[in-house]
Design a protein around this ligand. Structure first.
Ligand code: SF4
Ligand code: SF4
Length: 386
C-alpha cells in the first residue's frame, strides 16, 4: 500500500504510545505463568524480550534466547478470540417489579483494541470467525462492534514452531492480507530494527505519526529472507488434497477408536483453537428470584452435554466426539463456510495433554486408504494375469 519504513526499539515504543494516545487498548504478547500470553501492553518493557518457546505434542516450555528479540517466539495458548469472542459475557439481565419484569439487554462493547504481534495464521483465523459471526444470517453484534473498532499490528514470523503447519494450510508464515500494519523484526549483532509497512488507510495514518525512517534495499531483502526461511522450518505438514472426501469416506475407520483410547475428552483443543466458536448459555438468578441474568460461555463439542437433546447425548462416546471435531474442522467446515476450519497454528497439538496430533491422524487415515487402493489394484492386476 505504501513504501516500507524502518523503526528501532524506540520507534516500536512510539508506535505503542501513538496507539494508546489514539484511544486504543493495546494488547500484545507478555510473559505470565511461564507462558507467552496476550494481555495489556503499555510499553516495549511488557513484551517478552529475549524469550522463545519450545513446543511439541503435549509440551510447551519457555526458554531464554541468546538475543533480545521481542517477537522471537511462535504462539502461546491464547488466541485473539478471547478478546473478540470472550470466554464469558452477559447477554441480558431481567429485573422483577411488583407485577412484571424488565429485560435489560447488554450494549455492544465499544472497546478499541489494537492487537500487537498478530501472526499470519491468526489473521486467517479471524477472517474465518468473521464468516461465522458477521457474514452469516445471525450477526453477533458484540463481535461485530469489537471487530470494526479493532486495529491489527501483525508480525511476520521469524521462526516456526515444532507444531506449526501454516504452509500446508496456506495461511502463512508471510502476512499478506487483513492487517493495518505489519512488522518484520530484523536482529543481528549490531542492529535491532523493524521493517514496518501499512496495509490500510488507518495503518498509514498511524505510521505517519510514528515517523519511520526509509527502508533500504538491504533491509527489505533481509525481511524477505527471514520469512522465506521460516517457511522452510515448519515442524509439521498436512496433506490437504481431497481431505473432505477422505474424511467423509472414512467415518467408520478404526483410527477413530484408536484415538479415543488416548483422548481424555478434556476439550483443551477446542479452547485453544483460534477458530472454534461454539458457546452455550447459562441462566442465573438471585436467591429472592428478583434478578436474573443470561450468560454466554465458551462450550466444546467434547463435552457430553454439548450434543444433548431430549433423550440424552447424540455423541456419547469419545470416539464420536473426536471424529465430530476433526471432520468439522477439516471437512464439513468447508461445506458450511467455504473454507477450512484449521489455519495450522498447531495449538491443539501443543496443548493436548496426551499429544494427539491431527496432522498424524489425517496421515494415518490417508495412508491406510492408499494402501487399500494399492492392494486393490495389485490384486486386480494379479487377476488379469492369471
Ligand atoms: S485445529 Fe488445531 S492447528 Fe488447526 S487452527 Fe485449530 S488449534 Fe490450530
Ligand atoms: S484431543 Fe487432546 S486436547 Fe482434545 S479433547 Fe482429546 S485429550 Fe483433550
Amino acid at each position: 500500500m505504501n513504501k516500507p519504513g524502518v523503526i528501532d526499539r524506540e520507534g516500536l515504543n512510539r508506535l505503542i504510545q501513538t496507539l494508546i494516545g489514539r484511544g486504543y487498548q493495546v494488547v500484545g504478547p507478555t510473559v505470565r505463568d511461564e507462558a507467552i500470553v496476550y494481555d495489556n501492553v503499555f510499553s516495549i518493557e511488557d513484551l517478552p524480550a529475549g524469550w522463545t518457546d519450545e513446543q511439541e505434542g503435549g509440551t510447551y516450555r519457555l526458554k531464554k534466547r541468546s538475543d533480545d528479540a521481542l517477537f522471537g517466539y511462535t504462539l502461546g495458548p491464547h488466541s485473539w478470540k478471547r478478546f473478540l469472542h470472550p470466554p464469558e459475557r452477559r447477554l441480558w439481565q431481567a429485573q422483577k417489579d411488583s407485577l412484571d419484569f424488565d429485560i435489560v439487554p447488554e450494549q455492544p462493547d465499544n472497546t478499541k483494541y489494537a492487537f500487537l504481534g498478530m501472526r499470519s495464521c491468526e489473521l486467517h483465523a479471524i477472517a474465518i470467525q468473521d464468516k461465522v459471526f458477521i457474514q452469516s444470517p445471525h450477526t453477533d453484534l458484540h463481535y461485530q462492534s469489537l471487530r470494526q473498532n479493532a486495529l491489527f499490528v501483525a508480525v511476520n514470523c521469524g521462526q516456526a514452531g515444532n507444531t506449526c503447519f501454516c504452509v500446508s494450510m496456506q495461511t502463512g508464515p508471510k502476512v499478506e492480507a487483513g492487517y493495518d500494519l505489519v512488522l518484520t523484526e530484523i536482529l543481528d549483532d549490531s542492529h535491532h530494527s523493524f521493517l514496518i509497512e501499512a496495509g490500510s488507510e488507518a495503518g498509514k495514518n498511524i505510521l505517519e505519526e510514528v515517523k519511520a525512517g526509509p527502508a533500504g534495499a538491504g533491509e527489505i531483502k533481509k525481511a524477505e529472507e527471514i520469512v522465506t526461511n521460516t517457511a522452510k522450518q515448519m515442524g509439521r505438514a498436512m496433506e490437504t488434497g481431497n481431505i473432505k472426501e477422505l474424511l467423509y469416506e472414512n467415518l467408520e475407520h478404526p483410527a477413530w477408536g484408536e484415538i479415543a483410547e488416548r483422548c481424555l475428552s478434556c476439550a483443551n483443543c477446542t479452547m485453544v483453537c483460534p477458530t472454534c466458536f461454539c458457546s452455550t448459555v447459562e441462566d442465573v438468578t438471585d436467591v429472592a428470584g428478583d434478578h436474573a441474568e443470561r450468560w454466554q460461555k465458551w462450550d466444546s463439542c467434547f463435552t457430553m452435554d454439548f450434543s444433548s437433546i431430549h433423550g440424552g447425548a447424540v455423541r456419547n462416546s469419545t470416539q464420536s466426539r473426536y471424529r465430530q471435531w476433526m471432520t468439522h474442522k477439516l471437512a464439513s467446515w468447508q461445506d458450511q463456510f467455504d473454507t477450512s476450519g484449521c489455519v495450522g497454528c498447531g495449538r491443539c497439538i501443543t496443548w493436548c495433554p496426551v499429544g494427539i496430533d491431527l496432522t498424524r491422524e489425517v496421515a494415518v487415515i490417508r495412508e491406510s486408504t492408499t494402501c487399500q487402493e494399492e492392494n486393490f489394484s495389485g490384486s486386480e492386476a494379479q487377476n488379469e494375469n492369471s
